[in-house]
Design a binder for this molecule. Structure first.
Ligand code: RB5
Length: 145
């Protein structure tokens, strides 16, 4: 498991918190920015993280902005990315089991660090169920063409 993580300024502090979680869990990661609270554009960060997930260099991506919405919209424009905005543990589990999401997005201004940690742990540790869900994920990919 190799995780690419990124945020805009609105998600910078939560990104630092999630980096601590990944370190504690011995999960290898690379921080694709932003590296301060100075304003940046979230689509630029989404592209950096999504490109390395699609290329296969990184297994999964985690993206954070203020709401989690903008960076999720941007990520889902990248071919091959299935990004899910999760602010609860149930969604984090289900989106791995049913949607095989390769990017998780969250909003720092929406949830606290404790819940965010639980969401990330659940999302990283849940496997895709395949079966009937695989056909549906293939149909999502077919919409990209
Ligand atoms: C930045 O102010 C904010 O718009 C961004 O972090 C995000 O919430 C956009 O969806």
């Amino acid at each position: 498991m190799l995780v690419a993580i990124g945020s805009d300024h609105g998600g910078f502090r939560l990104k630092e918190e999630i980096k601590s979680l990944l370190t504690e869990a011995n999960i290898e990661f690379q921080d694709f920015g932003t590296y301060s609270a100075e304003a940046v554009d979230y689509p630029d960060i989404a592209k950096k993280v999504c490109d390395v997930v699609v290329s296969g260099e990184y297994t999964r991506g985690i993206l954070i902005c203020g709401t989690g919405i903008g960076i999720s919209i941007a990520a889902n424009k990248v071919k091959g990315i299935r990004a899910a905005l999760c602010h609860d543990v149930f969604s984090a589990q289900m989106t791995r089991e049913h949607n095989d999401t390769n990017v998780l997005t969250m909003g720092e201004r929406v949830i606290g660090p404790g819940l965010a940690r639980m969401i990330v742990s659940t999302w990283l540790n849940t496997e895709f169920l395949g079966g009937r869900h695989a056909k549906r994920v293939e149909k999502i990919s077919a919409l990209e063409i």
